[in-house]
Design a protein around this ligand. Structure first.
Ligand code: GDP
Length: 479
């Protein structure tokens, strides 16, 4: 709690700022999550809701009538791609609404929020402003942090050990065969490096398609951003050798590129972007993992542990020590909650809470608060109920995307259906202790095809618990 002296200090500082017009505070919000977790939808919904003062009863500044409005502003760093808000919104609100393209690389957007502060002195200086800088980046990229502590030989040993595990067999085989046919001590040449990198990338890609999230690094191999094809991404792990590598050998070439990847790609990302965040939201497609079964849930847990260890603060994370750390809140969000009935939303939150609890026990964030929320940035379903055998079952109503199949029925993307999605377990423990699979009926739905408009004529995007998320992430900065 602040004392009256603090309050006076803040009041004076604010008045001085208002007088000189020099200072607008900036809140840097990171939005991350693995591929397809829902980052693009989350940010599009966030910006749209703020710009149009959406239906957000749980967003305190709006509920208290202190939120005045928002506008987009030029992002201060002109070298970072801008989050394509308008293009994404157009996809969602066009004549035939479709889901927009997903996040492929880092992008940013600045939105300026205007509000009336509730402090006693605020009447003296009128409305306040806050710059909200949103930084969207692939979760795959933070899995690279451990590489900063590994030499090429150490990383190679780890990566090859993983590739040799029985579970990786099929996916890793072409890469391992190629590796066996190339002598790393021969003269360096680009075609060999390219072949090896391509086979290694292919192995990473295929193992991810089969559900393995934890075998990802290097992150840019899966989501290269604008680095596709550049030498910094053209390397692969090589077996150890007792021979000292000549400087002109293939081994030396790949080692050099690995070091360049760390120096030019990984380190700048952490230094210039990650380490400058104030708050972070981690989006998790919990339902997809639950639907895929216990192995996928276990794998998600491993991946989250790796992601979360990067948020570990201060002393305990030697790799981040060179960068200043200050994230004070982390929100975990189980996305796409509109795939289950609202009676399961609390359960979904409890499951996510449990998933990240074991991960964060290891990560131990000193000084950062965390919270889990089940949400849908854009709600694609309504709710209903059907009576079956005398029992009333809660359903969700939506239009499955073209090509979706469930129980032998294939959908055309035009037909609305009512679906009993299944229940989530009441106690998350049952899921983790017995490894009992959750029987969900899971279909991808088209985005809502008919949207309401508000009094000002703006489209209203329906959501689930999105206002709570917004309140947790931004609300106190608008106090
Ligand atoms: P990204 O890779 O993290 O940027 O993921 P996206 O935001 O592009 O989301 C991937 C896909 O998940 C979208 O194309 C949608 O099909 C689906 N999705 C994301 N958010 C929601 C949501 O709130 N509700 C529903 N029903 N689907 C969603």
């Amino acid at each position: 709690p602040t004392t009256i002296v603090d309050e006076l200090g803040i009041a004076l500082a604010n008045l001085t700022d208002a007088a000189t017009g020099a200072f607008t505070p900036t809140l840097r919000l990171g939005v991350t999550g693995l591929s397809r977790a829902g980052k693009t939808i989350f940010i599009t919904a966030l910006v749209h809701n703020l710009l149009t003062g959406g239906r957000l009863p749980g967003f305190t500044p709006l509920a208290e009538g202190r939120f005045i409005g928002a506008r987009l502003a030029e992002y201060p760093d002109a070298t970072i791609p801008r989050f394509a808000y308008e293009r994404h919104l157009e996809a969602l609100t066009g004549k035939t609404p479709v889901w927009p393209d997903s996040t492929r690389q880092i992008s940013q957007l600045r939105i300026v929020l205007k509000y009336q502060s509730k402090h006693w002195y605020s009447g003296l200086r009128g409305p306040s402003t806050l710059n909200l800088d949103i930084v969207d980046y692939p979760g795959e990229w933070i899995l690279d942090l451990p590489l900063l502590g590994l030499s090429f030989a150490e990383w190679s040993a780890e990566a090859l050990e993983r590739a040799h595990r029985p579970g990786s067999g099929k996916e890793a085989k072409p890469f391992l065969e190629l590796l066996g046919s190339i002598d790393p001590h021969k003269e360096a040449n680009d075609p060999d490096a390219e072949k090896l990198a391509a086979a290694f990338t292919d192995y990473l890609r295929r193992s991810r398609e089969h559900g393995a999230l934890s075998t990802l690094p290097p992150g840019r191999f899966l989501l290269p951003g604008d680095l596709e094809g550049s030498p910094a991404l053209t390397f692969a792990p090589l077996p150890p050798s007792d021979q000292r590598a000549r400087s002109s050998s293939l081994y030396a070439m790949l080692e050099h590129r690995y070091e360049a990847y760390k120096d030019r790609v990984v380190r700048p990302f952490f230094r210039d972007h990650f380490a400058r965040l104030d708050r972070q939201v981690v989006l998790v497609d919990t339902l997809r993992a639950l639907n895929a079964g216990p192995a996928a849930v276990a794998d998600l847990e491993t991946a989250l542990t790796a992601v979360l260890s990067c948020f570990r603060q201060g002393e305990s994370n030697a790799l981040l020590r060179p960068f200043t750390r200050k994230i004070d809140r982390i929100l975990f969000a189980a996305t796409k909650a509109d795939h289950v009935h609202h009676t399961s939303h609390d359960r979904l939150e409890a499951i996510l809470n449990r998933l990240v609890a074991s991960a964060s026990k290891r990560a131990r964030f000193a000084g950062a608060e965390t919270k889990s929320i089940a949400l849908a940035g854009i709600r694609a379903t309504r709710e209903g109920s059907i009576v079956e055998g005398g029992e009333t079952l809660p359903t969700i109503i939506g239009t499955p995307m073209a090509g979706e199949v469930l129980d032998g029925t294939s959908y055309d993307g035009k037909t609305e259906i009512a679906l009993f999605p299944g229940d989530l377990p009441e106690r998350p423990d049952s899921l983790f202790e017995d490894g009992t699979p959750v029987a969900l009926n899971f279909l991808r739905f088209t985005p809502p095809q008919k949207l309401d408009r508000n009094a000002a004529g703006d489209v209203v995007l329906p959501h689930i618990r999105f206002d709570r998320a917004l309140d947790y992430l931004v609300g106190d900065w608008l106090a």
